[in-house]
Design a binder for this molecule. Sequence first.
Ligand SMILES: Cc1ncc(COP(=O)(O)O)c(C=O)c1O
Length: 412
Amino acid sequence: MRAFPDHLDVEAIRADFPALARTVRNGNPLIYLDSGATSQKPVQVLDAERSFYELHNAAAHRGTHLLGEEATDVYEGARAKVAAFIGAEAGEVVFTKNATEAINLVAYTMKASPGDEILITEMEHHANLVPWHLCERTGATLRWLSVTPDGRLELDDLDRMITGRTKLVAVTHQSNVTGTIPPVAEIARAAHDKGALLLADAAQSVPHQAVDVAALGVDFLAFSGHKMLGPYGIGVLFGRAGLLEAMPPFLTGGSMIEMVRMEGSTFLPPPQRFEPGVPPVAEAAGLGAAVDYLSALGMDAVAAHEESLTAHALDALREINGVHILGPDTTKDRGGAVAFEVEGVHPHDVGQVLDELGVAVRTGHHCAWPLHRALGVQASTRATFYVYNTHAEVDALADGIRYAQRFFGARQ
Ligand SMILES: Cc1ncc(COP(=O)(O)O)c(C=O)c1O
């Protein structure tokens, strides 16, 4: 057995996650390998939400009473934590519902017109693809970088694909299927050289590696709280201050206005301009606690732990005849999402057999249909790893796949 460098005390971490102590089908312990869809939540996050509701519950930015002030402090405190976590200023962090809404905010407020070009990639999750189909309405042209057979971005064409007409390049910072980590900083430089902006979909990177918006050179960055140990219902759009300042509102209503008359209204500066309605304070409290939790572990240690799990999974899956890994088969520039095909067994059947054994994975096209098409597969089975996963769980996945092959009489 190969030795893996590991700096996380995984046993202690697991004790913080009540869901990991439960049993699932057939009385098996839960082996949760679906954190790419959503992560489990530690008690620290659950406590932060509960404590807000128990002691401070009020509408932030509204009441003049003490509870209202406390709620505002909780909400703005969470914003400051998130900003520090990604190397941004608090005013550059807009709370949204999730990464999907954050990307839509940019797509809907950007003034694209006929002649403009938006450049995306074939590797994108639908959340960073479908919003750009808005080009059909604005008359802008949608272009995309293709994917190489080994699941990397085809960058040879980058200079040709970003033109003087490119308004924005929108690219994933980590594929939710192949784990590929494209060179976002390099792509951002190329975009800026031609006067274009860069949006990174960081839904799968911020939870798993240290991300610094200045070092990456991105103009926008989108991610979700629920994939980084936090609650559902809260996500983040980072936008460079000057850019947010110049953008019109996306959704409108209370809390985002400066002055309202019957004829029209004026709007607050960012980030409030983009946060209409009573804000999700409990969710922000939970997200702040998730940021504290990850910061205490250290994002470099988190990334090292996941790299060791991914290396183990790639080794274990490579040893199984009839299993084909999608995307890079080494951990270089690759995160902890491992999608694979099992010859002769449909992914849904693989997933069902694994579920009977207590192993939770995702099956299908993982909201990345064009990427599956580009890689020549209909669907796949995907295991994703996080801070609480162990090498023994990776072994259980490999054993489960072998069991599924035997069960369906597939080649081994
Ligand atoms: C790479 C990527 N981008 C965006 C999203 C969308 O996240 P959400 O559904 O939380 O908005 C996901 C979710 O799976 C994802 O994996």
